[in-house]
Structures are given as structure tokens and as C-alpha cells.
Design a binder for this molecule. Sequence first.
Ligand code: PLP
Length: 416
Amino acid sequence: MDLFEKLSSNMGPLALHADEAKGYYTFPKLEGEIAPRMMFNGEERLIWSLNNYLGLANHPEVRKADADATAAYGLAYPMGARMMSGNSTNHELLEEELSKFVQKEDTMLLNFGYQGVLSIIDAVVDRHDVIVYDAESHACIIDGVRLHQGKRFVYAHNDMENLEKQLGRATKLAEKTGGAILVITEGVFGMSGNQGDLKGVIELKKKYNFRLLVDDAHGFGTLGKTGAGAGEEQGVQQDIDLYFSTFAKSMASIGAFVSGDKKIIEYLRYNTRSQIFAKSVPMPLVIGALKRLELLQTQPEIKANLWKVVDALQGGLRKEGFNIGTTKSCVTPVILNGTVEEALHLIHDLRENYGIFCSIVVYPVVPKGIIMLRLIPTAAHSLDDVEMTIKAFGAIKEKLANGEYQKNEVADLSLG
Ligand SMILES: Cc1ncc(COP(=O)(O)O)c(C=O)c1O
């Protein structure tokens, strides 16, 4: 069989509706400045699908810092991998500032979050070690675990009883192999908005010997008194052994970092293959990240504004009887019942007739029969945006219940 023929005959579950969906449901183009209102297919829409939590993407000071740094350095500098020829004083300064911000001894920058997590996992465990990880972990964790040549145990999402059981199994195995244990979870789970039960996991350190890696992509900048994330929010930041976050969300940029004890971060500098064998973070991104971090520290009102919007949106949806699951973060899922086809009609109606653009998650990402709309409130949204959205959601919920989205054909995309 020809490899490409095989692939063409089964494009995978996400590409199922590719022909009808492309440009509308998948790969849509949001145009204009990054803000709550952007252009989609030539029309202005209210956008709830960007992880620009703090609204920094378009903050004038951020835009200026990005532009000035790009004019000064271009995108090439520094050339090469960090260890060889890609280091700079600003890279080191950003690492120092991040360490202070997340209350850790040291920090290593990563050029991308996804590869970073994968590669950190690869660097810290060998085939004798055992990984124990949350079942709902992000793809970058799952893929890092896939690279692992030793044993792994998965625990039911946030289920501390089950984690303890898996830790018991892992401990026995590690005693046999002479290895150690790494537990991996997230600060905030990006689909449900649940916070990882970091407190619960850390409590188990009293009984079991393991180290904890936390991916706090959605918690950094949004949770905790100073914005240091889910660990700070739960009062356990000091007990997270490796704290990871990306710049792709609250920092509205590209890049990522991992923080922890000096000795271990130094170990990672010399053993993380995604950094040793790839180009360093470009200087404008480093200088831009320093500016963003400064704003996180000096303008706490930005985070306060975010939470005003989050509380209004989540409170309003709950009051109107919507199921928003068990979120304990800004991530706001709205869970409805319906088929994939109904979901497509619903989202089309929401965009074309109510002017609202949000992400939609359907089977196979969520179980059959569930439609999950996912709203990401930001500090840049207004309470009027929230009110308009709750009204629109009330209307589409009623239409869904009345069977109005049960048409046989996929929504007429020529409208879009
Ligand atoms: C939980 C989590 N970890 C890691 C990543 C990957 O980060 P990056 O976009 O920097 O590759 C994401 C998505 O951006 C994420 O949601």
C-alpha cells in the first residue's frame, strides 16, 4: 500500500468535516487588531476564543516594546541554540525576573511551550523511572509521556484516591528498577477550567517520594494574589518542583519557561534536547516578555479587570441555568446536549445572527451528544459584551431545545 494513499483515505477524526468546515469551523481567519471585536469573513464579531487573558496583546506599551525591540535587533538575533551562540544578557535577565515572579530559585526559557514540556519530561526521567500523570493532561504532557521508555501510570482526573493507588504501584515498581517517580498535572485544565488539585497531590508527598511537574499555562498571570498561578492560588507554590508556563496565553506572545531549584534548572540547561538542538528565543520576544512581566507586576488592576469580566460571565451564565461545569479559572465551558450537526448549525447561528464568535468542541474531543462552547473572557472585554453574550446564549439554548438546529444538511456556509 502507498503511504500517502492510506493517509488520504483516512484523514483523521478532526478532518472529518474538512470540506464543509475549512475557513469557517476550522482554520477561521480573525482579522484586525487583537481585541474583543475583530473581523471574521468581513463582519465584526465579538470574540471569546483568544487566550489573551490580560488583554496585553494590544496594550500600547507592549506594542511599543515589541516594535522597538524588533527595530533594534531584527528577528534573527541571537543566532543559534542558547548553549552554543544564542545567549544574551536579556535572556538571563528575563530568567531572573521570572524566577522572582513565580517564587523559584532559577528559570530556563523555552522557545515553545509544547516542545518544552515534551522535552523536559524526556530530560528528567530515564527508563528506570516511573511517570504518574493526570488522565486529562494536555497533549504536550501526553506526548512527553509517550517518549518515556519506562513505565507510566495514569490517574483519573483530579482523583486523589486514584492517584494514591497509582503512587503505590509506582513506588513498588521504582523500588524494583532502582528508579524514581515524576508526577505531572496541570495548574488549570484548559477544556474544563478545573484547577489541578495541587494541594491534594502535594499532601501525598508526605507518604510517597516523588517530584511534581506542573503545567500552568492557563494559571500563570490569572490566578494567585500576585498572578504567580495555580500554586500561589492554592498556597502550595513552594512545593511545586518544576513549574512550567507558556508565554502564549496571559503574556500574549511566543515562548515558555520552566522554573525550579537552581541545580535542577542547570541540569535542564544541559539536557533538554528541544533547547540544545534548536534556536534560542529571538531578542524581541525576550524584551517583549520583560515588558509584559513588568505590567503584570506594576498594574494589578489588569488582573482585577479580568476577574470582573470572568465573574460577570460565569455568574450570569449560571444564573440563566447554563451548565458551566466545575471551572475554577477564567476558562468558561458551556455544556449543551446535541449532535455534531446541531452544533455546527448552532455555532453558525451564533456567528451570523448574534455576532458572537467562540470556540466549539464536539465529539471525539468530548463524548458523543455533548456540545461544548468554550468562552475565554479577557481583561479587555466589557460588561456590555458579557450581557450581549448571555442574551444570545439564552436564545440559542432555546432554539436547540426546540429542535431548530436539527436540519439534515450541514449549515449553509455560503452565508458565512
Ligand atoms: C496546558 C498547555 N500546555 C502547553 C501548551 C503549549 O504552549 P505553546 O503554545 O507555547 O507551545 C498549551 C497551549 O498553548 C497549553 O494549553
